[in-house]
Write a protein that binds this ligand. Structure first.
Ligand SMILES: *Cc1c(COP(=O)(O)O)cnc(C)c1O
Length: 370
């Protein structure tokens, strides 16, 4: 029954289709009465959290009656040392998603334009729509961001451009040369946000070192990073933005006073110290990526070479069906149907046994159906 209040709902927010997260393990276990569900759907760290981070978070719990450091003083200091960048060039968020939101709230108004790719992180179009702005998703070129296409889409109302590098869900990247050419041609009053959620998994030599741009303090360049993937802290919600001091100061004005909780701050700082954990994670992802790529070739399935901790693969039949079939076997992956890739699924690199189990289930399903 429509009620009076509904007239007050903003039409452009009402029409937003909410972000659909990967199916939680516990939920599927309840539904199927299973106990060993494997989730390779949200690009989380298959090793779990680092022990050092866990210890630090337990310690931080003892002071959870106190408000956290508002500006994440210690974590900022650690990151500043780690990256060789000024403390005034860093802002910590409740996940890097919060920094995306700060950019949207800080720069995007009704009727403005935000540009990214047609096939990328769904949070960009959602937050754009929430601001009443127009999202332009430029089609991929060969599963990669089409930077020329993005340049062509820029208008006088364009405020923000998101470039996920490497991109989710394709795992592809844009090169140093491409990025240099792009930055040289983007108007200086348009923000270019490089979302580097997966940067820790990159092995390609021609991947751009965006930190260099942050050091030169270009006022319209923002870089996003996160503790959710390689650092194993997705549930703690910590990410950060890097940019010119003027940009960071502006974003600080928008955030809530205590946006990152004290337990998460402690965990993130300790995770930075756990070099061995990071090394193990990178190694696992690198070898798992090669393993799955080889298996897909064996099955004759097209896949996209990935620089991230997931792979996009064309299963040659309805992705939703394959997703459901794997689900019934206790394996959660992502169907890419919502992205218009109706026969593709995205699988996160897991532990060795998990990758092997995924391969077995996929193979047996495809054999039964052929
Ligand atoms: C996973 C992911 C993030 C991380 O978001 P958090 O809020 O830091 O957990 C950001 N961008 C992209 C493209 C991602 O896939």
């Amino acid at each position: 029954m429509p009620h009076k209040m509904e007239e007050r709902y903003k039409s452009y927010i009402r029409s937003v289709r909410p972000y659909e997260p990967g199916k939680p393990i516990k939920e599927l276990e309840r539904e199927l009465g299973l106990h060993h569900v494997i989730k390779l759907a949200s690009n989380e760290n298959p090793l779990g959290p680092s022990r050092k981070a866990l210890r630090a978070m337990r310690r931080a719990l003892r002071e959870v009656h106190l408000y956290p450091e508002s500006k994440c003083h210690y974590l900022v200091k650690r990151l500043s040392q780690e990256l060789g960048i000024g403390e005034n060039q860093l802002i910590i968020g409740n996940g890097s998603n919060e920094i995306i939101e700060l950019l949207a709230r800080g720069f995007v108004s009704e009727g403005d334009r935000v540009i990214s790719s047609e096939t990328t992180f769904l949070v960009y179009p959602i937050l754009t729509q929430v601001m009443g702005a127009e999202y332009v998703g430029v089609p991929m070129k060969n599963f990669r961001f089409d930077l020329q296409g993005i340049l062509n889409a820029i208008t006088g109302r364009t405020r923000l451009i998101f470039i996920a590098n490497p991109n989710n869900p394709t795992g592809t990247y844009v090169t140093t040369q491409e990025v240099e050419d792009f930055i040289a041609r983007v108007p200086k009053d348009v923000i270019v946000c490089f979302d580097e959620a997966y940067v820790d998994f990159v092995e390609a030599a021609d991947f751009p070192h965006m930190i260099f741009h942050a050091k030169t303090e270009k006022p319209n360049i923002v870089i996003l990073r996160t503790f959710s993937k390689a650092y194993g802290l997705a549930g703690a919600r910590v990410g950060y933005g890097l940019g010119a001091p003027s940009m960071i100061e502006y974003l600080h004005k928008i955030r809530q006073p205590f946006n990152v909780n004290s337990v998460a701050q402690a965990g993130a700082a300790a995770a930075l110290d756990d070099r061995f954990f990071l090394w193990r994670t990178k190694h696992l992802v690198s070898s798992g990526r090669r393993y799955l790529a080889k298996r897909f070739e064996k099955l004759g399935l097209r896949h996209i070479p990935s620089q991230a901790n997931f792979i996009l693969v064309d299963v040659g039949r309805d992705a939703e069906e394959v997703f459901q079939a794997l689900l019934r076997k206790g394996m959660i992956v992502r169907s890419m149907k919502a992205y218009g890739l109706s026969t593709w699924i995205r699988v996160t690199i897991g532990r060795r046994s998990q990758n092997a189990q995924f391969y077995r289930l996929l193979k047996s399903y495809l054999e039964k159906r052929s």
